[in-house]
Ligand binder design. Structure first.
Ligand code: F6P
Length: 374
């Protein structure tokens, strides 16, 4: 029987659990089929430049608990990659390197962007499987992504620690939590850590209402507040601006016009630190309480994966090896109702899993008297 040969790469922002997933995939592949796994370095750039390392059982040993990715990662897109200072479409080169390495499948570990890039490669003729990773938990088609649980624990621990200093100084402490499009992390950590106000991209806020909620606490004798702000949280005014830009993009006739608006939107999102700082200053002004800002940033993506993420990533990695054995192709392996499932890539690519404003977590938060500033 011919040996099954699989390539694997990690793409997009790193997160805890990537190595556990690579290990799960590799161990199951080797033990069940005597297959061969090669790992391309630095995302799609590795397969475009044919830079890889052999992942035999020795290389897979001792990586279960390691954060980050042993393969390295990058945010490159196969069809738009900077090579020697020039932007190039590397799709054909990737297809030829895939053939040159006699691969039966390419497994891409990534978030929303990776699903789109994987579908592009599938359309170019490769057999591609994906595993959903991101601390943002916003990949459509899976109940949860690996990386989320670890980041949730880190952000919750931060909120726990901020409580004692906020109480001692009778301050508002605003804590900015990652999530530029989806608010799962800020919402989950806000509930688990007992934040008083949570603002997320899906529910635009009115700063006056946030301040009113904090003043209400002062009236009850509670002289501090913790405000969890997702990176991409939007005030009502900013939401209007974004919606207008999106409408303009939808109507734009040329590709260039669309690109220009996408760039403007990106710039808008990149300003999250300024937005959160302004929000902190405004809350101080409106409540009379001294306010401080803590930005958790990449701390949320670093370090060892939680037990939950190791378990999920191992399950998805081994399920991926099984899917390949069973001839499944061009699909994402996700988790639904605590069961691993395969979902066709064309169903997943281009979609985001946002927090529905009527989601149970939102309802539960409201029942806990958490204000969304809406
Ligand atoms: O997509 C995951 C994520 O951590 C987002 O929450 C965050 O906005 C972004 O990546 C940060 O990206 P980078 O590490 O490239 O600055």
């Amino acid at each position: 029987m011919a040996v099954i040969q699989i390539g694997v790469l990690t793409s997009g922002g790193d997160c805890p659990g990537l190595n556990a997933a690579i290990r799960g995939l590799g161990k199951a592949l080797i033990s069940k089929t005597n297959g061969r796994l090669i790992g391309f370095k630095d995302g799609f750039r590795g397969i475009a430049q044919d830079v890889f390392l052999e992942l035999s059982s020795g290389e897979l040993s001792g990586i279960l608990t390691r954060g980050g990715t042993i393969l390295g990662t990058a945010r490159d897109k196969p069809h738009r990659m900077m090579i020697d200072g020039e932007q190039k479409d590397m799709t054909d080169v990737i297809v030829s390197n895939y053939k040159k390495r006699h691969l039966d499948a390419l497994v891409c570990l990534g978030g929303g962007g990776t699903q789109k890039n994987a579908l592009r490669l599938a359309n170019a003729g490769l057999n591609v499987l994906t595993l959903p990773k991101t601390i943002d938990n916003d990949v459509w088609g899976t109940d949860v992504t690996f990386g989320f649980d670890t980041a949730l624990c880190i952000a919750t621990d931060a909120i726990d620690r901020l409580h004692s200093t906020a109480t001692s100084h009778h301050r508002i402490i605003v804590v900015e939590i990652m999530g530029h499009r989806a608010g799962w992390l800020a919402l989950g950590a806000g509930i688990a850590g007992g934040a008083d106000v949570v603002v997320i991209p899906e529910i635009p806020y009115d700063i006056e209402k946030m301040a009113a909620a904090i003043r209400g606490r002062t009236e009850q004798g509670k002289r501090f507040s913790i405000v969890a702000v997702a990176e991409g949280a939007l005030s009502l005014e900013n939401k209007k601006t974004i919606d207008a830009m999106l409408a303009k993009k939808a109507k734009a006739k040329s590709k260039e016009q669309k690109k220009k608006i996408s760039k403007q939107l990106e710039k808008f999102h990149e300003r999250h630190i300024d937005n959160t700082l302004n929000l902190t200053k405004k809350l101080e002004e409106l409540t009379g309480l001294e306010s401080r800002l803590t930005i958790l940033g990449h701390l949320q993506r670093g370090g060892i994966p939680s037990a939950g993420d190791r378990l999920l990533a191992s399950r998805l990695g081994t399920a991926c090896a099984e899917a390949i054995r069973n001839g499944v192709g061009n699909a994402m392996i996700g988790l639904r109702d605590n069961k691993t499932v395969t979902i066709p890539l064309e169903k997943v690519a281009g979609k985001l899993k946002l927090v529905p404003p009527d989601h149970q977590w939102v309802k539960s938060a409201r029942d806990l008297s958490i204000s969304f500033g809406d």
